[in-house]
Design a protein around this ligand. Structure first.
Ligand code: 5GP
Ligand code: ZN
Length: 114
């Protein structure tokens, strides 16, 4: 997608504070952190949101969760815990239409979410 900000970040055309990168997945700090740790984990390929996950692309989603587990261990997020959130569509508040998983940690999180 030519005008997608996360595609540009994935290609290195827009700078980000990278936490993890491999051939298919990128993790970087959120520009407007909502917790002491707020990392976005994205597939490098453009997938609009969770509604577009299917058998042709679900391998990268499985890999994203391996990466989340790796980051949680690497940054010692497991002791106090962490939350993984993916907003899909308007009611959920999705503001960037490239699938991303928020990895949040460093403070307690309320449930149910607002
Ligand atoms: P959403 O609202 O779609 O669930 O999450 C989008 C997230 O992307 C927001 O938390 C927002 O702060 C973050 N974001 C938007 N633009 C940029 C950017 O250019 N760089 C980074 N690092 N984060 C961004
Ligand atoms: Zn994109």
């Amino acid at each position: 997608m030519n005008d997608c900000i996360f595609c540009k970040i994935a290609k290195g055309e827009i700078d980000s504070q990278k936490i993890y990168e491999d051939d298919t997945v990128l993790a970087f700090n959120d520009l407007d952190p909502q917790a002491p740790t707020h990392i976005l984990v994205i597939p490098k390929e453009h997938i609009e949101s969770a509604k577009d996950i299917n058998e042709s692309n679900s391998q990268v989603i499985a890999h994203i969760f391996e990466v989340i587990s790796y980051i949680a261990g690497d940054l010692s997020l497991n002791d106090d815990g962490f939350r993984v959130v993916s907003n899909s569509g308007e009611n959920a508040g999705q503001s960037v239409n490239h699938l991303h998983f928020h990895l949040l940690s460093g403070r307690p999180f309320a449930w149910p979410p607002g």
